[in-house]
Design a protein around this ligand. Structure first.
Ligand code: NDP
Ligand code: 7N6
Length: 311
């Protein structure tokens, strides 16, 4: 395989200006151009870096598509396989950004920052009830899914003195996590936690991983954090759990439908923090992508296996 023309699909604009990435890739060998959905533009490329999937990516003679997302649930993997197109993703770059976002969400809920922010809009000076604020130190956090995101969250939570446990398929131990549970022990793991943070990919095994039974298994003073994918949690069950006081609150970056519909009751709940799928957003996002792309162009030149290959 040889990459002489690399396209940057303009859908990356959802995360950073395409030109930023083009400039960051200026020094690599292939010609780098920003492209849209025009079949002629795509046909002129050997490889494309994209945010969104487009059917046009499958029938333009491309050798390689790189997604700037870690999650590949919105890409038709079988069709890439059939078309003989390599698909790579961007796992590995979001540990710091999502780790800090999740920590911020937990701090917001424990220190009541979300409530003060709402009050400020109305110029209101109301101190919280004496027993509302709490500190995160010594509070148990269970991180479900211990990959890049999960480890990023665990490391930061451990640093401020939280008691971190986690859930992964293998139950193999890892730094910053006091106890790792296997999937089968999910209920036991989450039942002890003040915060449950979901950081798994969306797969057949994780659709609705957090449902009615799981929210029931959580403590009534516990908070649910979702930075994975909306469909990893059953949103109806989550709303019921919040309404019925099965759990105390939530911080949600991802939803079954995005943007979150205007009529969703999640918008108006006191102890629910809604963020617009922005937990990974950061000014250096394009630089992390440039690094991954550069690395893989080198692998292609050396006839080596690509990093983060999905298909
Ligand atoms: P990784 O592949 O690094 O980590 C995923 C981890 O999930 C793996 O380590 C795996 O651990 C674990 N896992 C997989 N299946 C299960 C399961 N059934 N039960 C428990 N654990 C499981 O991916 P990332 O951390 O980079 O990203 C994870 C997901 O987060 C992405 O797929 C994407 O959907 C989402 N994401 C969201 C972002 C946002 O902006 N909100 C930003 C980036 C990613 P093991 O193999 O040990 O089981
Ligand atoms: C871009 C978010 C992913 O899977 O959902 C994220 O990488 C992308 C800000």
């Amino acid at each position: 395989m040889q990459i002489s023309h690399l396209g940057i699909h303009d859908s990356v604009d959802a995360v950073f200006p395409p030109e930023q990435l083009r400039e960051a890739l200026f020094s690599i060998d292939p010609n780098v151009e920003v492209v849209g959905d025009d079949p002629d533009e795509l046909a002129g490329c050997d490889a494309v870096v994209t945010f969104a999937h487009r059917d046009g990516l499958l029938d333009s003679g491309l050798e390689w598509v790189h997604s700037i997302q870690a999650g590949y649930d919105r890409f038709p993997l079988a069709e890439f396989e059939d078309a003989g197109i390599i698909l790579t993703n961007s796992t590995g770059i979001h540990g710091t950004s999502v780790g800090e976002s999740a920590l911020g969400m937990m701090l917001s809920l424990s220190r009541r920052l979300h409530a003060f922010s709402c009050q400020q809009t109305d110029r209101e000076w109301n101190r919280p009830d004496w027993d509302e604020p709490f500190t995160l130190q010594h509070e148990p956090l269970c991180v479900v899914g211990l990959g890049t995101l999960g480890q990023g969250i665990a490391k930061r939570a451990d640093a401020i003195g939280m008691h971190v446990t986690g859930v992964r398929r293998s139950a193999e131990s890892m730094p910053h996590v006091r106890k790792v549970y296997a999937n089968d022990d999910l209920h036991q793991a989450i039942s002890e936690a003040r915060f449950v943070a979901l950081a798994t990919p969306l797969t057949d095994a994780t659709v609705g991983l957090m449902g009615t039974a799981e929210f029931e298994a959580m403590r009534e003073d516990a908070y649910f954090i979702n930075v994975a994918r909306g469909k990893c949690a059953d949103e109806k069950a989550l709303i019921s759990a919040l309404e019925d006081g099965e759990i105390a609150g939530a911080a949600l970056d991802v939803f079954e439908e995005e943007p979150l519909p205007e009529d969703s009751s999640l918008w108006g709940m006191d102890d629910v923090v809604v963020t617009p799928h922005a937990a990974a957003a950061e000014i250096d996002y394009y630089n992390h992508i440039a690094e991954l792309v550069r690395e893989n162009v080198q692998h292609i030149d050396a006839d080596e296996e690509l990093t983060n290959r999905v298909v």
